[in-house]
Design a protein around this ligand. Sequence first.
Ligand SMILES: C[S@@+](CC[C@H](N)C(=O)[O-])C[C@H]1O[C@@H](n2cnc3c(N)ncnc32)[C@H](O)[C@@H]1O
Length: 183
Amino acid sequence: MSLVPRITQVLVEPPDENIWHEYFVGLVNRVGPIAQKPKLLDLACGHAGSGFVNEYASGFPDTEVFSLDMEPLVLNWLDAPRKICADARRIPFRDQSFDMVWDGYSVLELGILSDAESYFVAKEIRRILTPEGAFIFSHLNGRSEAETIENLVKIGFKKITHLLRLSQRVREGYRHRDSYLMR
Ligand SMILES: C[S@@+](CC[C@H](N)C(=O)[O-])C[C@H]1O[C@@H](n2cnc3c(N)ncnc32)[C@H](O)[C@@H]1O
């Protein structure tokens, strides 16, 4: 099966300090409506909630956001209606209960987990998504993106869409951040 992205990537040059806002708005536009009243899991949401999830919920106000993080202190900071203190390796929700899961700059990317543990997280994500549900994630180019995608394909995700690339100038050249949607 080809892992070639189905949508032509869009290069976003950082215009100014609104770079992240613009990036997330771009992502939300590309993802579009997923379900009538989508249930969206913000996996490893952090203390402010994930930028993408916040932007999606403001674009699609019927979205029901569930914010999950394993750190109680992080959740204490977070101002969100549904907070769940849990480990991504064991997500406390029933099978097929979400239309969308977001993982950004977190469990599958940061190297917090071993490869075997990341595989469990990926399986948990597939388990809690509806069959047509969307998993959206964002990676720094080159880190472990290829392995992540390979793992996701192994556990049953079939379609991959490259949503957006953010290209940042750094001292040594360019660094890319890519976002993907898998079903
Ligand atoms: C960089 S922050 C998250 C950023 C956020 N997802 C975003 O898109 O802006 C990483 C978060 O992952 C959480 N985390 C790390 N390992 C986790 C795990 N196994 N289960 C749940 N949360 C985890 C940390 O507590 C931290 O709040």
